[in-house]
Design a protein around this ligand. Structure first.
Ligand code: KIV
Ligand code: ZN
Length: 496
């Protein structure tokens, strides 16, 4: 079997998605889940981009033992110096540096020329090699870079000491045969010495997984992926899709180190911490991925699962007991379920989550994994503004009116308002207390599961002083969830 190295960039390319930002503690939680999953390399951040990113790389380096920790830089000496500093506690470390190589990047982004770009690339790799033995170079927009020139860039950076060369299809433009041919061209025309080529595909045209597989077939030995395919715009290649495609086609001779039984819990953890719901029909980890609904399929599966199932759900860690918690479940059952979902809580946190679980279980017959992760998420948010109470009168033939009590840094405020519907009335009541200019730009309500007792998830974008803030909440009462999401966004205002 040929070993394919899995480079996870959920915490860097994935985390660039607006509204998906994690704090350092949450990033460590994800990094530990990735370690358990068995990824080879964790791209932990872009240290020069912010003190928060720098700190996350430092803390992840301390928290994780086995995977290589990687930090991103531009082909700029200062970036590389800062990345090296952030990686100082990593047991195994890599600097990932690079520059745009397509004609449009060279002309419009850098106002430069091809020769100068090669010089800058070589200089960056040599500088990074002063700090670490493992240097990865990315040729940004390689997907639209002419192959002959790309081969010259790759040769130059390998000669300068790059150990891995990343060939990103940054805009998600390539066709699978075209991307595969690009990898093959480089394998045939560059003396790679001991270096390997890496795929890094984006999903703009829905071809990221196909392009990654095509890259592997043509000689790439590292894949850059994110959990649930999370990433900017349409996202990156989904880790679970490529890993399971290789596992299901063992005859093709490729293998990874991923413990596939950890896929589902990692997917749930990332979805919940990043507030990014997984679409129900998402391959491998979607709620419907293994649900057979047509009579013909059900009949076949009952006779023999092989008729319509190419993957055993248990292979990705989905067990039939995923919806078992009820109001009768004890603290130990909740703790066990949380552990299975990759969440470890201290005694006090567990107590608090358990109380919230009991309240929810009283309202809902069965509490599922998404509900539990939602409760954990609520627990971890510390807010300056809290809701003391919310009372709403609404219905048909009545005027919608809401009264709210808010605790703002320990002081109690009350207000009421009427509105065009219960949510509008409640938000107006909040605005009667918090008198700042704020406009709701986006408001999305989604049921987590099914049934009228379900929890509604609310995502909201609130504009304030030219910036957009993201709020999230979940509650069986969707008016309460909406107000909580609004308050969540307001709590993030930087001028608080
Ligand atoms: O898509 C891309 O080109 C990237 C690079 C920074 C590696 O994410
Ligand atoms: Zn990318």
């Amino acid at each position: 079997m040929e070993r394919i190295y899995v480079f996870d960039t959920t915490l860097r390319d994935g985390e660039q998605v607006p509204g998906c930002q994690l704090n350092t503690i949450e990033k460590i939680q994800v990094a530990k889940a990735l370690e358990l999953l068995g990824v080879d390399i964790i791209e932990a951040g872009f240290p020069i981009s912010s003190p928060g990113d720098f700190n996350s790389v430092v803390e992840i380096s301390k928290a994780v033992t086995w995977p290589v920790i990687c930090a991103l830089t531009r082909a700029v000496e200062k970036d590389i110096d800062v990345a090296a500093e952030a990686l100082k506690f990593a047991k195994r470390k890599r600097i990932h540096t690079g520059i745009g190589t397509s004609d449009s990047h060279i002309k419009y982004k850098f106002n430069s020329n091809r020769e100068e770009i090669i010089e800058r690339a070589v200089k960056a790799v040599k500088h990074a090699r002063k700090y670490v033995d493992d240097v990865e170079f990315y040729a940004e927009d390689a997907g639209r870079t002419e192959n002959e020139y790309l081969a010259r860039v790759v040769q130059a950076v390998v000669d300068a000491g790059a150990t891995v060369v990343n060939i990103p299809d940054t805009t998600g433009y390539c066709f699978p045969d075209e991307y595969g041919a690009k990898i093959k061209y480089l394998i045939d025309n560059v003396d790679l010495k001991n270096a390997i080529l890496s795929t890094h595909c984006h999903q703009d045209l829905g071809m990221a997984t196909a392009n990654t597989i095509s890259g592997i077939i043509n000689g790439a030995r590292q894949i850059e992926v994110t959990v649930n395919g999370i990433g900017e715009r349409a996202g990156n290649t989904a880790l679970e899709e490529v890993v399971m495609a290789l596992k299901s086609h063992k005859d093709r001779g490729f293998d990874t180190n991923v413990n596939t039984k950890e896929i589902y819990s990692t997917s749930r953890l990332v979805s919940s911490l990043m507030n990014m719901p997984v679409q129900p029909n998402k391959a491998i980890v979607g709620r419907n991925a293994f649900a057979h609904s047509s009579g013909i399929h059900q009949d076949g599966v009952l006779k023999n699962v092989e008729t319509y199932e190419i993957i055993n759900p248990q292979d990705v860690g989905i067990d039939d007991n995923s919806i078992v918690l009820t109001a009768r479940s004890g603290r130990a059952a909740l703790k066990n379920r949380l552990n299975l979902l990759g969440v470890k809580l201290g005694v006090e946190e567990l107590d608090s989550v358990y109380q919230k679980f009991l309240e929810l279980a009283d309202k809902k017959k069965s509490v599922n994994d998404d509900d539990i992760l939602m409760l954990v998420g609520k627990e971890s948010r510390l807010h300056r503004i809290k809701i003391d109470y919310l009372q709403v009168l609404c219905g048909i033939g009545v005027r919608d009116v809401a009264s709210i009590g808010l605790d703002i840094s320990g002081e109690h405020f009350e207000a009421s308002a009427t509105g065009n519907g219960p949510v509008d009335a409640a938000i107006r009541a909040v605005k009667n207390i918090i008198r700042r200019k704020m406009t709701i730009k986006e408001f999305l309500i989604q049921a987590i599961d099914r049934g009228s007792d379900d929890v509604g998830k609310v995502h909201m974008q609130v504009e304030h002083k030219g910036s957009v803030y993201y709020g999230f909440s979940a509650n069986t009462d969707i008016v309460a969830a909406s107000v909580e999401a609004f308050i969540d966004a307001v709590n993030k205002f930087t001028d608080n």
